[in-house]
Design a protein around this ligand. Structure first.
Ligand code: MD3
Ligand code: FE
Length: 196
């Protein structure tokens, strides 16, 4: 894991936030539900890119269209395509940018990202808004975990063994950032899904 602390300055964060707002205006946040039981996530989501991550009673998967509107996902902004090249150096384009929106009381349980076929591709994560208590463990659920603060403008690159590690968000520290209009946090995770 590579944490690039404060990689995006305030004007860059504001510009990115405006791009995300434009995407969410076309592809509204939806509430994913857990496979089988259908328990709703506390995090609301949307996507941009040719593929988007969705979850409902049928399971976790990537889809070309929005689960509610049925429309194709908006394109990944050029600024994020450039950032992917800049910070990952991975020679194949990302295909999915998952937009996670955390209200003040939202969290994400420990999980592994394993719905992608190209597990050699890194994952690029960008945090905007309130601080998050992020937890990273090992490849077994029982492994020891470490907790980090993810702040607005921070970039995280996951590759190598960490790409397969358990991770989650324990809580949001509401009111620690004034970037969003309301308390909360946005996380973008940019991924390659299919094999090149
Ligand atoms: C470590 N998102 O969308 S981002 C997710 O803050 C997700 O919204 C969290 O976990 C969030 O799947 C964490 C940082 C991150 C992303 C992917 C990882 C950490 C990771 C994949 C493997 C290990
Ligand atoms: Fe994840």
């Amino acid at each position: 894991m590579q944490l690039l602390s404060g990689y995006l300055n305030h004007p860059q964060q504001t510009a990115l936030l405006e791009e995300i707002r434009a995407i969410v205006a076309k592809a509204p946040l939806f509430t994913p539900t857990m496979p089988r039981w259908g328990k709703p996530f506390s995090v609301r989501m949307s996507n941009c890119g040719p593929l988007g991550w969705v979850s409902d009673k049928s399971g976790y998967r990537y889809e070309e269209t929005h689960p509610v509107t049925g429309e194709p996902w908006p394109a990944i902004p050029d600024s994020l395509m450039v950032l992917w090249d800049e910070v990952t150096g991975y020679s194949h384009s990302p295909q999915a940018c998952l937009i996670n929106y955390y209200s003040a009381d939202a969290k994400m349980g420990l999980h592994v990202d394993s719905d992608e076929k190209d597990m050699k591709a890194p994952i690029l994560s960008i945090s905007l808004g309130d601080d998050a208590r992020f937890r990273l463990g090992g490849t077994e659920r029982s492994a020891a975990t470490k907790s980090f603060l993810l702040r607005s403008g921070d970039i995280l690159i996951l590759d190598g063994a960490d790409r397969m590690a358990y991770h989650g968000v324990d809580r949001i520290d509401a009111g620690t950032s004034a970037l969003l209009r309301e308390p909360g946090r946005i996380n973008l995770t940019i991924r390659r899904v299919t094999l090149p």
